[in-house]
Design a protein around this ligand. Structure first.
Ligand SMILES: Cc1cc2nc3c(=O)[nH]c(=O)nc-3n(C[C@H](O)[C@H](O)[C@H](O)COP(=O)(O)O)c2cc1C
Ligand code: SF4
Ligand code: SF4
Length: 372
């Protein structure tokens, strides 16, 4: 089966792209992404000058990942060697870039095009450091930066968006008018991992990028919104850890999907494992191409205002005497779920106001809402 996709004039052999980050910050990392089967590799963000790394720069709290990594620690000439060294096979190389002026952006883009980049991704959105106050979102400079780049290079330019910018139709229109070919969304959210309350200090020294599983709902919503606001291709990013997540984004209209924290937390092998599982799932469901599933879930997305209130109330479909579970009782602020004198769960239709939380939380899936 062929699960290739078209992205801004490029044919990708599958829908899996590795996102900008340190896993693609040198030749070895990029090669490992390619060898694992990624259709395209987006490099760590390249600037004219290399940036020193701070240490530590990766933080975990309650299984959640934060980072304070902004740009590549290689300078442009070193990137020339990197791009020369790698065996691209049939993968595309997309260079993530950032410059401090329109002319710098254009210079950097042209250099990387000459070094063999197949496309560029302009990092408009990094949540780390203070530069996103200068550009990235509703700044008059943004269009100039993009124009300068698009007018100088002959390869596609994609814009990487923050959550905030992805939800602004006006800003998206500006980017589209300036000539971007695709949207990459979303970048990390701005986060702080917590406060050591005994020492009265933050656990991280500065704001960081908050990524991984917990940002997926935000990213899913942004993919759906982008699909409604713009016709440009979307390469979704944010919390993709399993092949099912890839399918979710594709069903909301993404052209391709990026892996980032998944690689940081589980290593390069997760790339091939996600590709294989996804293709197996597609074949087992009889889908012959990504087009069979792209955007198919959007038909079930309705405006809140169009949803007609329905008088639903709780019922239990099988007897439950589990003493190790209190989730339904805990969930109900209306006290519509109780235990009787034999410890069986009983529901009270008259007290229930149909919020649905107990149904969502019941591990045995034996609570249901029904028409009163
Ligand atoms: C350690 C780390 C470094 C990152 N570095 C970059 C970067 O150099 N440029 C960039 O545009 N995004 C960078 N990102 C953001 C990712 O490309 C991705 O958009 C984000 O992590 C959301 O995806 P995820 O939830 O799957 O991690 C980085 C993310 C992490 C975790
Ligand atoms: S649906 Fe809401 S109100 Fe009704 S029983 Fe469950 S938790 Fe209570
Ligand atoms: S949540 Fe479900 S499994 Fe748990 S006690 Fe209630 S009905 Fe039983």
């Amino acid at each position: 089966m062929a699960y290739d996709v078209e992205l801004a004039g490029m044919t990708l052999k599958n829908a899996i792209v590795t996102a900008a980050g340190p896993w693609a910050g040198n030749a070895e990392g990029i090669q490992r992404c390619i060898n694992a089967g990624a259709a395209a590799v987006i490099t760590e963000t390249i600037c004219l000058e290399e940036r020193q790394r701070i240490s530590p720069r990766l933080f975990m709290k309650d299984q959640q990942l934060f980072n304070t990594m902004l740009y590549s620690n290689l300078h442009l000439e070193e990137w020339e060697r990197v791009l020369d060294q790698i065996d691209r096979k049939d993968a595309k190389i997309i260079c993530s870039i950032w410059g401090t002026s329109a002319s710098e952006m254009a210079y950097l883009g042209k250099k990387l095009e000459n070094m063999g980049a197949d496309a560029l991704e302009i990092s408009l959105s990094a949540p780390i450091g203070s530069r996103n106050k200068l550009i990235s979102y509703h700044s008059p400079d943004t269009e100039d930066f993009i124009h300068a780049l698009v007018d100088t290079v002959n390869i596609p330019v994609m814009a990487k968006l923050s959550y905030e910018s992805a939800s602004s139709p006006d800003f998206l229109k500006e980017l589209e008018n300036a000539g971007v070919s695709a949207f990459s969304a979303i970048d990390a959210l701005k986060g702080l991992s917590g406060v050591d309350i005994e020492r009265k200090r933050l656990l991280m020294p500065t704001y960081g990028g908050y990524t991984g599983a917990n940002i997926r709902p935000v990213s899913l919503a942004m993919t759906a919104m982008l699909r409604q606001y713009s016709q440009l291709p979307i390469i979704s990013s944010g919390g993709v850890l399993h092949f099912e997540h890839v399918l979710e984004f594709l069903m909301l209209g993404a052209t391709a999907v990026q892996l980032a924290s998944a690689i940081q937390l589980h290593g390069y092998d997760i790339i091939s494992s996600i590709i294989t599982s996804m293709e197996t799932w597609m074949a087992s469901h009889g889908y012959t191409g990504i087009e069979d599933i792209r955007g198919v879930a959007l038909a079930s997305l309705r405006p809140f205002e169009d949803i007609v209130p329905s008088p639903l109330a709780i019922t239990i479909t099988e007897p439950c005497r589990r003493l190790d579970c209190t989730l339904c009782k805990q969930s109900c602020l209306k006290e519509a779920v109780k235990r009787d004198s034999h410890n069986a769960i009983v529901t009270d239709t008259l007290r229930c106001d149909g919020c649905g939380l107990c149904v969502e939380r019941c591990p045995d899936k034996i609570l249901k809402l029904y028409w009163r």
